[in-house]
Design a protein around this ligand. Structure first.
Ligand SMILES: Nc1nc2c(ncn2[C@@H]2O[C@H](COP(=O)(O)OP(=O)(O)O)[C@@H](O)[C@H]2O)c(=O)[nH]1
Ligand SMILES: [Mg+2]
Length: 205
């Protein structure tokens, strides 16, 4: 049975592992800088205007948000990084929350990294990519805000992202935009396939 992405609900926010959902449903997590477009991407995939909060105050809350998709998978919105106004204590808290989740969450199938298609990935993006490789062996990257690129920039920008994150043949880079349907079907197909344990990489048709 396919996942019905229309049947999605916010389940809970967690700040510590005691608060994670007790279910053993498979999970797919999304990581990236504050403001990269994580919440917007989740809303777009789910065809919802504002299930995931699109933040006016980026990086303010450090929570892990669990979205229950059709009682089949969780999409997990991880707290963003790179928010300049965060205190040292908040950065440390972010790090321990992320590590707790990534290192110990058994039903976590894959963490997916979001980067802004307009910019060269930052040092923190590169570090996040290394973290993801460490825990999952493969890297899936979504390049957000593709609608903001000019046609002639697209190839160069995607190449720059692939080079900076040292993507290999096994990795996947998905161009995504909330302005149209770019990338939406690919993300859905990837989640479906990973849930069923189909071997990646995803082949574009
Ligand atoms: N033009 C455009 N804007 C986007 C896109 N995705 C996100 N944004 C905007 O980027 C800002 C940050 O998005 P948000 O989803 O809150 O990022 P998050 O902090 O990673 O969850 C918001 O103003 C969004 O409307 C996109 O694909 N295209
Ligand atoms: Mg967000």
């Amino acid at each position: 049975m396919n996942i019905n992405f229309q049947n999605a609900k916010f389940e809970k926010s967690a700040v510590s592992k005691e608060q994670y959902p007790k279910s053993d449903m498979l999970e797919f997590a999304f990581a990236g800088r504050s403001n990269v477009g994580k919440s917007s991407m989740i809303n777009k995939v789910l065809n919802r205007k504002s299930l995931a909060r699109v933040s006016g105050t980026p990086g303010k809350t450090i929570t892990i948000n669990f979205y229950n998709i059709d009682d089949k998978i969780y999409m997990v919105d991880l707290p963003g990084y790179g928010y300049a106004k965060r205190s040292k204590e908040e950065v440390a808290k972010w790090g321990s929350m992320m590590e707790d989740y990534l290192a110990n969450r058994e039903q976590l199938v894959q963490t997916i990294l979001l980067v802004d298609s307009r910019h060269t990935p930052t040092a923190q993006d590169v570090q996040m990519a290394e973290w993801i490789r460490h825990y999952h062996d493969r890297l899936i990257v979504i390049a957000t805000k593709m609608d903001k690129l000019k046609k002639r920039e697209i190839e160069e920008r995607l190449e720059d992202i692939a080079n900076t994150l040292e993507l290999t043949e096994e990795d996947v880079l998905v161009p995504f935009s909330t302005a149209d349907d770019e990338g939406r079907g690919t993300v859905i197909d990837m989640l479906e396939m990973m849930r069923l344990g189909v071997i990646m990489p995803y082949e574009e048709e």
